[in-house]
Design a protein around this ligand. Sequence first.
Ligand SMILES: [Mg+2]
Length: 249
Amino acid sequence: MAVPELWDCRAVVFDTDGVITDSARAHATAWKEAFDAVPGVEPPFDQEDDYRRYVDGKSRLDGAAAFFAARNMDLPYGEPDEAPGTDSVCAVAAMKDKIFMRVLDEGVLEAYPGTVRLMLALQSAHVPCAAISSSRHARDLIEHAGVRPMLETVVDGNDVASLGLAGKPDPALFLEAARRLSVPAGSAAIVEDALSGVEAGRRGGFGLVVGVDRTASATSADDLRAHGADIVVRDLGELVGAASEGDGG
Ligand SMILES: [Mg+2]
């Protein structure tokens, strides 16, 4: 299946976790361990549903606050530089980061082969690509996954802090990437797996919003469309199309 709209775009901005690298699972695992350690979290954090609804794509602090609000728990907010713990939103967010670093150390995260194929095809078509992430770890993930040479620019959690960008579902991250590529949002595509991310693409007025649905959930593709995805694929290799692959499939 080739999607002509994608090949009409003058630039493509990729989300990182869950779109370029298989790191969404590592984030979900770390969130579960951090949330479930907090007394009174009931039911326990669900790595698929709660992850998608409350934390995916958001900054750590926004995600932690959204989850506790959804469980009707009013933990004190705490201080952003708080030590890892269980008694404030900031402490739980710090705990999640600590656990995530451990999870990263335990295994090598890789780029999805379908994403790499799409990036190579876009490179051949002279369509510049960028990556964005709310995470400060994104640059490391991208370097380790070997896809940095295919990206013109990376906007990550460090830029969020230094430029004062708002987190998803605000489109600021995507708009900064488009600005760096010198392509107006209306002529660019974004690729996202998070509900907050496709919503950001829609709000930012991007020409095409591609949702990536890697979950087995019955409603996840519909949820992505409802939040702003124009098309939803299971894997980005689907967008490369049979013609480019030359395998007739
Ligand atoms: Mg993501």
